[in-house]
Write a new protein. Sequence first.
Length: 185
Amino acid sequence: MKHRILLEHIGENSTTSPTPIAGIERVEGDTVTASRRGKTFTVSLAEQKTCCMSFDNDMLVTVTKYHVAEIEMPDWMTPDEYVSHHTSYQWYVGFGAQPGWPRQWFFRLKELGETARFGAIKLLNVKKFRSPFRMSLRSQLEAWLNDPHPQYSSPFSSRQWESLLDVYTCREAKSRSNNIYWAVR
């Protein structure tokens, strides 16, 4: 589902990506009424700010402070949740998670470390297993993700994590993370 989100240019350089700050209620000409956490406010899309050209060029330039963007979000995510968790959501989807997965899975996987999250998402995307051990890991992971009050903070023991996160998976996680980081900019 697409939602309109208000973005603000917060960075000190003109090349900095704008940051999501609120869900939009309505747009009338250059005036935008937005809300965040139940508080409504109004901004002008014509508002400008002065910042540096780039990180290596301190020449001052004027940029538009606010932008409106249509963002694709899962049905279970509200604009306020997107604003609060947009970075985590970009990594979640960038690591291969499906937007249609349950809401609880996003918040549970978000708490794992970067490499562990990548390994878990990669395991959840496997369609056909050749190994009964990996199939049992997948079942254990799904049970942990679906449990409303899991007994443990992690779905696997340290030995199970070691078998899941081999050197190739760790390298792939780091590479994918770097690609996401530079693509967002």
